[in-house]
Design a protein around this ligand. Structure first.
Ligand code: SF4
Length: 305
């Protein structure tokens, strides 16, 4: 079901200093996400989204932005892509993200987008305009294998399309990188997968890769994920139940080995593992804990797109 809603606000102030992406504001133009990744944390009960497959379009989002941005006293980075993907398929038709970015460009605000879609290229010219201040795009890539991505992220474009889009943006001078998370235990946690993602990201212009060798599971997201495991990988759910019980943070059993391999690979290619953070005054380096996911609290402003 797709329906339009009217929202009271469009920018949420990020309460804690955001050490990953340096966000000051979060902007969610939709509720629900058509990419339907089987592991999506936005299904968690704490977010109170009744049916995550239902898409709610914030029809008055552009008007709200036009009203609020000129009145903002603090010019900080606006993030999009934390609770849904701003370039899900419906965006192709209604161009809500595209229109919002134009308002942001006119008001000279910096932007960081997380996405799994090459549809972001449609807004390349607007992003170039925003990049006169600052624009960055992070692509979430969890597997180098397009066939596996189709199973895990059924509504999203394949990994190969995301990489091509990253290359185009990078060639256009936009800061691009990879959020390599989650890495699903017993599915994506192979040395071959991690090496391949790093290699491909390098070939396609990544400046940084933010990894997490594990995933989160909690009420709301766990049952959905386990049902999908039963359909797609029979027998695997039992391994999860045995190893993780009701744990929220589920690190891959071999995460240290993977991290070791990852660190060597990014060092070889000169890829950063922290995102350069933009502030209106200066650029500083973020200091994330490498083995914590981006979205451990409910003031979610990390992943994903
Ligand atoms: S793209 Fe992101 S928000 Fe959308 S379903 Fe996938 S993980 Fe969830």
């Amino acid at each position: 079901m797709i329906k339009e809603i009217h929202s009271k606000t469009i920018l949420n102030h990020v309460k804690q200093p955001d050490t990953y992406f340096g966000l000051k504001y979060n902007m969610n133009l939709y509720r629900g996400c058509q990419h339907q990744c089987i592991y999506c944390d936005s299904r968690s009960a704490c977010y109170q989204i009744e049916n995550f497959a239902d898409i709610h379009i914030k029809a008055n989002a552009v008007e709200l932005l036009e009203d609020v941005l000129p009145r903002k006293r603090v010019c900080g980075t606006i993030g999009s892509g934390s609770m849904n993907d701003p370039y899900m398929p419906i965006e192709r038709k209604i161009n809500l993200t595209g229109r919002a970015l134009k308002v942001i460009a006119r008001n000279s605000f910096p932007v960081h987008i997380i996405t799994k879609s090459d549809l972001v290229l449609r807004d390349l010219e607007t992003l170039k305009e925003i990049n006169k201040v600052y624009a960055a795009v992070s692509f979430t890539i969890t597997t180098a294998d397009d066939e596996l991505a189709k199973k895990l992220e059924p509504g999203a474009p394949p990994t190969s399309a995301r990489l091509e889009a990253m290359k185009t943006l990078s060639d256009a001078g936009i800061l691009t990188g990879v959020t390599m998370q989650p890495i699903l235990p017993f599915i994506e946690d192979t040395p071959k997968n991690i090496s391949s993602v790093v290699e491909l990201a390098h070939q396609n212009g990544t400046s940084y890769i933010l990894p997490w060798f594990g995933m989160s599971l909690r009420e709301g997201s766990r049952d959905y994920y386990y049902d999908k495991l039963d359909q797609l990988f029979p027998g695997l759910k039992q391994q999860y139940v045995q190893r993780y019980g009701s744990r929220y943070v589920c690190n891959a059993p071999n995460w240290r080995e993977l991290d070791d391999l990852f660190q060597k690979a990014v060092y070889k290619y000169g890829i950063a593992t922290q995102m350069p953070i933009f502030t209106p005054e200066k650029i500083t380096k973020s200091k994330p804990d490498p083995q914590l996911p981006l979205f451990l609290d409910t003031d979610k402003h990390g992943l994903d797109g």
